[in-house]
Design a binder for this molecule. Structure first.
Ligand code: HPA
Length: 273
């Protein structure tokens, strides 16, 4: 169904006709990091549901809107609400948003998420700049007929998380209020949180954090040569690190607590892009 370039083009054309400008930077707002959208000036929003050939979000805490606006003078588009494999989409459908952003003219993609900390030096509330990822489960979103307009059949993943953007994020790390690390994000499909044994395995494999998003978007961006900055907020210690069950409430609480600090960190990075 999504195997023609025109399919994506129709979505991008619909958005471009209603957008106030060509955005330089797109940012995908992870679970409960939605407050960042409120900091945009001169906001114009478009509901996902109105965009032809787009997807509709099913997660309550995700708004389901593209929001255009300015942050420190930069032209931004936010995806307030993202799409996850656990919602029931096929991997192949998960390429849609990033391809549409690419066609809108976006030059840099910032992916944010809530994640569980596997690295025991991390604490809830810390931020991890994603250096690389591990995805061992399931198929690729790039499976199926290749659309040459976006990129080649076989593509490189060695610098998916763009080195100069990672350096910039490190340089912007605040001296106080937020601890910032750099590490490896491992994708799990969810919706269940991982088991303690899966987390021990993830740690042995080299993961510092685990989560249920971001990787499909990063793969799509790598295919169409879109530079990526990935930022994870550690909302909880991963399963089995502490002797307590994991809950969505804990994830939301930390995300809410850290939201304002995180928003201002992201704005500082955007300003210097
Ligand atoms: N595991 C997977 N996804 C998550 C977690 C976690 O511990 N925390 C927030 N998102």
């Amino acid at each position: 169904m999504h195997d023609t370039f025109e399919h994506y083009k129709a979505a991008a054309d619909y958005i471009a006709a209603r957008a106030p400008f060509v955005p330089e930077i797109a940012i995908v707002l992870g679970s409960c990091l939605g407050p960042f959208a409120d900091t945009l000036e001169e906001r114009v929003s478009i509901d996902y549901a109105d965009i032809p050939n787009f997807l509709v979000t099913t997660v309550e805490s995700h708004a389901g809107k593209l929001i255009f606006g300015k942050v420190r003078g930069k032209r931004i588009v936010c995806m307030s609400g993202r799409f996850h494999f656990y919602e029931g989409y096929d991997y192949e459908q998960l390429v849609i948003p990033v391809r549409v952003l690419k066609l809108l003219g976006v030059k840099t993609l910032i992916l944010t998420n809530a994640a569980g900390a596997v690295n025991t030096d991390y604490r809830p509330g810390d931020v991890m700049i994603i250096r690389d990822h591990i995805k061992l489960t399931g198929a690729s979103p790039l499976r199926g007929p290749n659309i040459e307009e976006f990129g080649p059949r076989f593509f490189d993943m060695t610098k998916t998380y763009t080195p100069c953007l990672r350096e910039l994020a490190k340089a912007c790390a605040p001296q106080d209020g937020l601890r910032v690390h750099e590490g490896v994000y491992m994708f799990f499909t969810g919706p269940q949180f991982e088991t303690p044994a899966e987390i021990r395995a993830a740690r042995i494999l080299g993961a510092d954090a685990v989560g249920m998003s971001t990787v499909t978007e990063a793969l799509t961006a790598a295919h169409c040569s879109l530079p990526v900055l990935g930022l994870s907020v550690m909302t909880n210690m991963a399963a089995g690190v502490l002797d307590q069950p994991l809950t969505a409430e804990e994830v939301d609480e930390t995300a809410t607590r850290i939201g304002a600090y995180f928003s201002s960190y992201v704005s500082d990075i955007i300003e210097r892009m």
